[in-house]
Write a protein that binds this ligand. Sequence first.
Ligand SMILES: Cc1cc2nc3c(=O)[nH]c(=O)nc-3n(C[C@H](O)[C@H](O)[C@H](O)COP(=O)(O)OP(=O)(O)OC[C@H]3O[C@@H](n4cnc5c(N)ncnc54)[C@H](O)[C@@H]3O)c2cc1C
Length: 324
Amino acid sequence: MKVGIVGAGICGLAAARTLKSAGHELVVFEKHTSVGGRVSTRQQDGFLWDSGATSIAPRGKKIEPVMLQELSTLDLIKIEKPIYVHKGLRVSPGHAAGATRYTYKQGNQRLAELLAEGIDVRLSTPVDSIDTVGKHYQILGEEFDALILTPPVPQTALLLWSLGETRPMTQVCYRHCISVLLGFKTPLPPTNYHALLDAEQVHPLTWICLESTKSPGRAPDGCSAITAQMNAAHSLSHFDLEDEILVGQVAGYLKRLYGEEFGEPHISKVKRWKYSQPESYATFDHVNRKGSRLLVASDGLLGGHVEDAYEIGTRTAALLVEED
Ligand SMILES: Cc1cc2nc3c(=O)[nH]c(=O)nc-3n(C[C@H](O)[C@H](O)[C@H](O)COP(=O)(O)OP(=O)(O)OC[C@H]3O[C@@H](n4cnc5c(N)ncnc54)[C@H](O)[C@@H]3O)c2cc1C
């Protein structure tokens, strides 16, 4: 069977690995210049940030043996310090027992690069529409026996519409998220945590990840790197604000947490995610009818984490293999 997969995020790559190990032919189409999707790493001048998923918690799911045994573990780091909580920037250990979390030295995008080894991934190749030719599907002039669509649900819905198809998944909504990536010419003060969560989702900063505490080497000597994510409501209402204003807001909060030097970043970047994580879901079995050769594997059908993306990718591919 020849399968086309749209999207080289963790889900698409998981599907590709499953199909490849079952002996099928496959092609992965990715619109961006690199693999990973929402597992994305940015670097500049010796600073390194995870602009999407900041850590990976396998939680005993299918991705765990893949990360810990099948793929190279040379760059894999177990994050030693836990997540603390903040309430209006007042920090406490909170009650999060916390799963074991991992990151990669060169950034989490490394996981996608490792998964993509040996897979035919066509980078910088956006798929705008799908056609049918007899019983086959066609993408960019190439014919496939089956397709797996992995972009977030609203983007997958557009691809289905190009075929005149709809699926029962209109209830799936995603959160906006603005990630602000900052580099400072000063080290971070010692902390007992690597990240802070506003568990009540009230403060504009929902997640503060101390990149250079999480993993060594994320900033030049004597410097530090921080990724701050704004909460869903704040991200939505500030989505189109200029970078400078967003950076100023975040730096103002960091100054209150860590001191005067953190009020003026040496370097900054802003990444806007329109579809960061789903907040409502559709049911896999309703969306993907038995026997269909056009399958949806968006995270809006299962869960909004890396381990869920891997799970839904393998599950969707296994369904095709079973029915072949
Ligand atoms: C800011 C943020 C923080 C997060 N934090 C965490 C965390 O700490 N831990 C965690 O486990 N998870 C986290 N997540 C969630 C996690 O990143 C996602 O659940 C997971 O990466 C989704 O993978 P995916 O393969 O399903 O989708 P994606 O990663 O979105 O992959 C879909 C791919 O399809 C491509 N694509 C889309 N449309 C087309 C098209 N028309 N043609 C070709 N290619 C296309 C995209 O470019 C993308 O590469 C976070 C996400 C965000 C955004």
